[in-house]
Write a protein of this length. Structure first.
Length: 423
């Protein structure tokens, strides 16, 4: 297929996603339990935006002619890498589909995509829309299945040329190993995080409280880039804790299909138990339970919006990824101290910095070893902004032009340039 045709297929696909916004959003909320308003208002439109972004790239990917030393004509070609194996998680099934499938198809590859066992529906549905948009049969193959069987088979397969994965750091390591043991296929990984959300003494406290709340509680706390360590300057700490408590208590938890609901149930019983285990660990290690701390009601995997204060760096709740609606607030005294405490974690996905000073924002943004720093904002995503992690939060970048290199091979074609007899 020509590059322009690929562009047109992806543009038609984006239109179809928008036309079916409500059905896709309903599937997404049904499968994963996230509030329908968020699926319909954010996840589905962002997936369409991502497809249009990569549609725009399809006919702008090209090589170059290099002025090498000596009488040679040197072309550098950019070719599709081949068959891309993609494994996605359950927290943002449709968006992860878009981040992975968009660049792979724009670059002219074929795809085998494995959905998470909890959430196969939206990918299966939009795959049929992609077919309707004109993608030839066999180019995109959605395989729902279990990780250790279907997922591992994809990672080990000798006919798969590239792997892209989003999920836990532990599974990411297994995937790298499987790739190494089979055909050394290149792997990009987008893994876990323990992202600091830093509130300086000159921040707008009310804005910081609200955004810190959303940074941790959004999507039931099931975000790789959740602001899961809320660092607050001592001069505003007490006020911040009081206001965070009030905000958490106002959070509307319930049926994801009801209007105005901010938080639905956790994805499954396993995650639900894991989260409540972390709450117990927080209490046992001496953190102050400010609000919440238990399941909500007696049916379904609902967790009370929970806030811990007086959290210390070495506590498990400050170190490990909880992936639930649990906020941990830590106190700091000066900027140098908070940077020194924010960095020593195995993760390095994202961070938030709240300050009225441009100098502080710039200096802290450069000092943090993370893939994304949000200044006086959080969770701002666009298809054009690169995303990925330092350290054990990942390998490589997705989105923006950075995804393209993951799905292309580079070929040098070198031929002699001879002076013709007539010269
Ligand atoms: P997981 O990383 O095991 O699952 C994610 C995907 O990997 C799923 O599609 C799964 O089927 C697949 N998978 C699992 N084992 C595999 C294997 N051996 N080979 C190939 N593919 C495999 O995550 P899980 O178990 O659902 O959740 C555990 C924890 O991971 C969560 O509590 C959370 O901390 C973290 N997580 C992070 C995500 C992120 O966005 N970075 C997304 C989901 C989970
Ligand atoms: Mg797992």
């Amino acid at each position: 297929m020509t590059a322009y045709e690929r562009c047109r297929v992806l543009l038609r696909f984006a239109d179809l996603i928008e036309q079916h916004n409500d059905e896709i959003a309903a599937l997404e909320s049904w499968d994963g339990g996230k509030p329908l308003e968020q699926s319909a208002g954010a996840e589905v439109p962002m997936a369409a935006r991502c497809m249009r972004y990569y549609a725009g790239w399809a006919d702008k990917i090209h090589g170059m002619v290099v002025p090498a030393d000596g009488p040679h004509h040197v072309q550098v070609l950019r070719e599709p890498i081949g068959v891309a194996g993609q494994i996605i998680p359950w927290n943002f099934p449709l968006l992860m589909f878009a981040w992975k499938v968009g660049p792979a198809l724009a670059c002219g590859n074929a795809v085998v995509l494995k959905t998470a066992e909890q959430t196969p529906l939206s990918a299966l549905y939009v795959a049929s829309l992609l077919h309707e948009a004109g993608l030839p049969e066999g180019v995109l193959n959605v395989v729902p299945g279990f990780g250790p069987t279907a997922g591992a088979a994809l990672c080990s397969h000798m006919g798969v040329d590239k792997l892209a994965f989003t999920g836990s750091t532990g599974t990411g390591k297994i995937i790298l190993e499987l790739a190494a043991r089979s055909n050394l296929k290149p792997v990009t990984l987008e893994l876990g995080g323990k992202s600091p959300f830093i509130v300086m003494d000159d921040a707008d406290v009310d804005q910081a409280v609200e955004l810190a709340h959303r940074a941790i509680f959004f999507n039931q706390g099931q975000c790789c880039c959740a602001g899961s360590r809320t660092f607050v300057h001592e001069s505003v700490y007490d006020e911040f804790v009081e206001k965070s408590k009030a905000r958490a208590q106002r959070r509307v938890v319930g049926d994801p299909f009801k209007k105005g609901v901010e938080q639905g149930p956790q994805i499954d019983g396993q995650q639900f138990k894991k989260i409540l285990g972390y709450v117990k660990s927080g209490v046992d290690s001496g953190a102050t339970l400010v609000t919440g701390g238990d399941r909500l009601g007696s049916r379904g995997f609902y967790v009370q919006p929970t806030v811990f204060a007086d959290v210390e760096d070495e506590m498990k709740i400050a170190k490990e990824e909880i992936f639930g609606p649990i906020q941990s607030i830590l106190k700091f005294r000066d900027v140098g101290e908070v940077v020194r405490r924010a960095n020593p974690t195995q993760y390095g996905l994202a961070a938030g910095v709240f300050t009225g000073s441009l100098d502080t924002a710039n200096a802290v943004a450069r000092a943090l070893r993370v893939g994304t720093v949000w200044v006086n904002c959080y969770d701002v995503f666009d298809a054009a902004i690169p995303f990925g992690g330092y350290k054990m939060s990942g390998v490589g970048r997705e989105k923006g032009p950075y995804s393209l290199g993951n799905y292309l091979q580079t070929k040098a074609v070198v031929a002699p340039l001879r002076d013709p007899a007539w010269l």
